[in-house]
Design a protein around this ligand. Structure first.
Ligand SMILES: O=c1[nH]cnc2cc3nc(NCCN4CCOCC4)[nH]c3cc12
Length: 374
């Protein structure tokens, strides 16, 4: 029995959007889904109960960070990541490749693996495809990622071609090393930069290896939005309909809607939690910087149309005060609201697919939010 089971419930009649059900050993997930990011075994400022309250069904954590601190062996001794962080729903762990390139200083990429220095204490480490599988097996996450190289943007064709070849080899090695296939689903990660032929080749070769799901990597790394949308469009074309597609590191409300329209089922991004801690919140009428002066005597909720705990109980004036006073509750209330906003947005997207009116929903949401149509 495979670790996860994806069922395609309905295809949108006018776009590549899909309504699906993803069954995991830690619960059922309705897709398309937004996954809150809990890099260091916590979604910052949220308790697991609050995450359940706002409707989170799956969260992310990170191999690179947890290996460095507290160490995957400690988490294994605690009974695994679910037990350690008191989260009994689904967990997806990223493999760490992206974090090595975006966080650690010295690094050397070889076919065998990547040597890097910890961003915490500068200690030297060496990740191989086998090592990151071993770490994720110890963490016990329900969905695990292959070790890949996320090419920077921009990067020339030769570089991206070599990097993609390496990602394919590492995917094969990781698949061989992964023993716990009954409990943990290993996804392949499609690379290939902005080059159509490389994306096609990478997707086809990963599909031949028959993974239970596929991530679209190498995006949301500084490329223009329309470039990202085009690469997503062409990559999903070569991915099987009956397996979930996960667009890594995405995203903002418009990116989520555009990604769903192009056939993506799963998304993650630090944006909602990160900007919340800096005093910026999503509202149905666009982003709002609640710490700004105009809200000092604004006793309305962050968003009139939101029914989250924060919007039901607190005013903009109060939340602005908390930010100005550097109170911890500021980050908590803004985070609850931002995560609820995106999780609710995905629920409304799923309802729009059910009623075959996704494009109308997009138009209405974009108009109100202040986005211009692509
Ligand atoms: O190819 C990838 N492989 C494995 N993990 C990834 C994670 C990724 N995360 C992003 N983008 C994150 C962009 N964030 C947007 C909000 O601000 C912080 C950065 N792109 C990513 C690509 C990959």
């Amino acid at each position: 029995m495979a670790a996860i089971k994806y069922r395609l419930i309905k295809k949108d009649s006018r776009t590549n959007a899909r309504l699906g059900i993803l069954e995991t050993p830690h619960g059922v997930i309705e897709t398309p889904v937004f996954m809150p990011v809990g890099t260091q075994a916590t979604v910052k400022a949220m308790t697991p109960e609050e995450l359940k309250e706002i409707g989170a069904t799956i969260i992310l954590s990170n191999t690179y960070h947890l290996y460095l601190r507290p160490g995957h062996k400690i988490i294994e001794k605690a009974g695994g990541l679910h037990r350690f962080m008191n989260w009994d729903r689904a967990i997806l762990t990223d493999s760490g490749g992206f974090q090595i390139f975006s966080l650690s200083s010295l690094r050397k990429i070889k076919e065998e693996g990547v040597e890097f220095r910890s961003h915490i204490d500068g200690s030297k480490h060496f990740f191989t495809p086998e090592k990151v599988i071993e770490i994720q097996n110890a963490l016990g996450s329900d969905i695990i990622m292959s070790f890949d190289e996320c090419a920077p943007y921009p990067a020339d064709y030769e570089y991206v071609k070599n990097s993609m070849e390496l990602t394919i080899k590492w995917a094969e090695r990781g698949k061989k090393a992964h023993k716990n296939t009954e409990k943990q689903a290993l996804f392949g990660i499609v690379q290939g930069g902005i080059y159509e032929d490389l994306r096609k080749e990478c997707a086809q070769r990963l599909v031949e290896m028959d993974f239970p799901g596929y991530s679209i990597g190498g995006l949301s790394v500084g490329e223009p939005k329309n470039v990202m949308y085009d690469i997503v469009d062409l990559t999903t074309e070569y991915l099987p309909e009956n397996k979930p597609r996960y667009l890594m590191g995405v995203g903002s409300p418009d990116d989520l809607i555009e990604g769903v329209i192009r056939g993506v089922d799963m998304f993650d991004c630090v944006l909602p939690t990160r900007i919340a801690r800096n005093g910026t919140v999503f509202t149905s009428k666009g982003k709002l910087i609640v710490r700004d002066a105009p809200y000092a005597e604004d006793f309305s909720p962050l968003d009139e149309e939101c029914d989250c705990y924060t919007c039901k109980n607190y005013s903009r004036a109060y939340i602005r005060h908390l930010f100005k006073a550097n109170e911890i509750l500021a980050a908590r209330l803004a985070t609850i609201h931002n995560l609820y906003f995106l999780i609710k947005l995905m629920e409304r997207i799923r309802e729009a697919i059910r009623q075959d009116r996704l494009l109308e929903f997009k138009k209405q949401f974009f108009k109100k939010y202040g986005y211009k149509e692509e």
